[in-house]
Design a protein around this ligand. Sequence first.
Ligand SMILES: [Zn+2]
Length: 278
Amino acid sequence: MKTANGQLGFLSHSNTSASQDEKLRVLAVAAHPDDIEFMMAGTFLLLGDAGAQLHYLTLSNGDLGSTRYDREKTAFIRRYEAKQAAALASAQFHESFCTDLNIDYDQKTIAKLSAVVRQVDPTIVLIPSLSDYMEDHMQTARVALTAVFAKGIPSYQSDPPQPSVSRPVALYHALPHGLLDGLKQRVVPDFCVDISSVIERKVSMLKCHESQGEWLDATQNISSYVQGLYDFATEIGSLYGNCRFAEGWIRHNPLGYSPKDFDPLRTILQPFIRGVSR
Ligand SMILES: [Zn+2]
């Protein structure tokens, strides 16, 4: 398998070669359609370029994201937009199973996500910050942590049932919008990924969410949807990455998920890693 620097060392614990089990798979799990684009898409695209199979999932269908359409029509439009964005990244699209402001840390949601996790059997899972301005984002992170934790427990039953899988997995938290948590405290990344080479592709993915430019302008005083993406990536790059455009990441504690030194995102994207603080 090719990587960004032509080397692959992180799966050397495996005894098999060139099997499906060794395939690098990346699952991005966010709350709402367009969150992956704002928070994660640059890194997601670079991992795809490095040979990873990409999987795209937002827990919520985004059904409250319109001042013009009812919930059903809004969800329909946003599903189409998200599928277009996933296709641009050559990622497999997975169906949402929650609605806006209704992402709950409960057994039903965890079991549904666990089925996707077991089916994908990812090496890397990209998730929102545990500290964020928005509750749906934080709940998504918590649901994902438990769904991934449960993937290797044979007695745990996913919905629909899928067999347990036991490969090591690493989870990485994105940075929140505005880089602050709900109490206005800064959320500082462990490291950044320089996404300057893929920023236009990230913007193209965001532009698929055509309905949201109008919605954010009307409800959250975000004057330009696309400019907001550039500004966010620029701020992370200048504050933490010492590069033009960046995404910031915090690696989740590997306890219960992988060996301590299993850090595939940093290994695979080594040429793009900037501003390491931890
Ligand atoms: Zn969101």
